[in-house]
Design a protein around this ligand. Structure first.
Ligand code: PLP
Length: 416
């Protein structure tokens, strides 16, 4: 019997929806109402009380205290987004116009735009093929007298190996900003990532592992730096006086309603991460048996990863030339959500052009990023919050497409 692919009108591999994200059930919403009832809904202007070992005075501080105790960072405050966290961290390094910050180009815009917004220039270093994180061995070639910091993105939930990063930082006296938008409770050598560099910046945007729809957090161990960053996010107030604004800061505060959502997200995060790990590992085991697919993972024993983006590398040559774009459309039609991820390295964004003379120029400079944009496919983490059967549906859909790929290859033109 011929199996027709769903994209050609056949039956879908999966008809029921996967887990949605975030997974707030009715009873959770009741909890949120209880948490915020009778409270002032903004967090107030003062630097968090818990910084001096006092108890938290509002929901935002309560969350910050939890987070700070857990990741073992002395000073943590939450704010309105991960992008803001990165901008504030970059501004706090007091970068000047001629300064450069090294960053990988296979990342979200904000990892580089924050450097620009702080007035400096992002300098891109290619990624490595196995983790899609910055290629550490290539960093030193890009260091100049202007280099002031390293922006280290822990892509997809896989921590960067921080030992060589810290060595480079010490050797050249560079600050480290960790972009932790994809990680929460991920570890390198038993230390939480986000606490190893100078500043760690987290995101709680809608797709993230803990979410308030929007939101972010900053972690650091230096009190002076923490106070400065807190002031920048809080109207530039350096002491707690409401109308003394001494820095050019803005209002980037988080609200108490967002913090209530974060408290709830925190409550379920650890259990969810266990389930994600079991299912994602099972997925990786099964999917790597398929010819033409390789997994993006890390086997460094020092690293404990998150499963935020469950990424695979697709080699179209093993699928009779079926393009990645068409493969994704076919998977989506089978009822499997997945996406192409970043379609261009950030060096191709005109905002970051330096001596630009055409896109093709970059193909040789950043070959791994180019390959990643062409080959990597992202599966969102909430697909892995259910049961093994859900993962089997993903695997079965891939097998189905591979076995019936000829149905969706472009027709060969015949000579006239
Ligand atoms: C790697 C990375 N850094 C920073 C951010 C910015 O976070 P936010 O969306 O909270 O501004 C994101 C968001 O997706 C991200 O993926």
């Amino acid at each position: 019997m011929v199996t027709i692919l769903a994209i050609k009108g056949g039956a879908k591999t999966r008809n029921k929806p996967f887990n949605t994200w975030p997974d707030f059930k009715e009873e959770y919403l009741d909890k949120i109402v209880k948490m915020i009832k009778g409270k002032v809904l903004w967090r107030g202007l003062e630097i968090p009380k818990f910084w001096d070992n006092k108890s938290a005075i509002n929901i935002s501080e309560e969350f910050e205290q939890l987070f700070s105790n857990h990741i073992k960072s002395k000073y943590v405050f939450s704010l309105n987004s991960g992008s803001t966290a990165l901008i504030i961290a970059c501004k706090a390094l007091r970068l000047r116009k001629e300064d450069e910050v090294i960053v990988s180009p296979y990342t979200y815009f904000a990892s580089a735009s924050s450097i620009k917004e702080a007035g400096a220039t992002p300098v891109f270093v290619d990624i490595c093929s196995d983790t899609l994180n910055i290629a550490i061995k290539s960093i030193e070639q890009k260091i100049t007298e202007k280099t002031k910091a390293l922006m280290i993105v822990h892509f997809g939930g896989i921590p960067v190996d921080m030992e060589p990063i810290c060595q480079i930082s010490r050797k050249y006296n560079l600050a480290i900003i960790e972009d932790c938008a994809h990680v929460i409770n991920a570890k390198w050598d038993n230390k939480n990532v986000g606490t190893i560099g100078t500043v760690g910046c987290f995101s709680f945007q809608g797709t993230k592992l803990i979410t308030a729809g929007e939101g972010g957090a900053i972690a650091c161990d230096d009190r002076e730096l923490a106070n400065y960053m807190f002031a920048l996010h809080n109207g530039g107030r350096i002491d707690n006086s409401p109308y003394r604004h001494e820095l050019l800061g803005g209002n980037y505060r988080i609200s108490e309603i967002q913090s209530a959502l974060l408290m709830l997200g925190w409550e379920f995060f650890f259990e969810q991460e266990k389930i994600r790990k079991i299912n994602a590992e099972y997925f990786y085991e099964k999917v790597s048996e398929i010819d033409g697919i390789t997994i993006i993972d890390n086997n460094n024993p020092k690293i404990e990863r998150n499963y935020y983006i469950i990424a695979i590398r697709y080699n179209h040559l093993h699928f009779e030339g079926l393009t990645k774009k068409r493969f994704i459309l076919a998977l989506n039609a089978e009822g499997i959500p997945c996406s192409a991820g970043y379609d261009k390295g950030l060096y191709k964004n005109p905002l970051f052009f330096q001596n630009y003379s055409g896109d093709s120029e970059y193909d040789n400079i950043y070959p791994e990023t180019e390959k990643a944009c062409n080959e990597i496919i992202w599966f969102p983490h909430h697909l892995f919050l259910g049961k093994k059967d859900d993962v089997d549906d993903i695997i079965n859909a891939i097998h189905k497409i591979k076995e019936n790929v000829r149905q969706i290859l472009p027709k060969k033109r015949t000579a006239k």
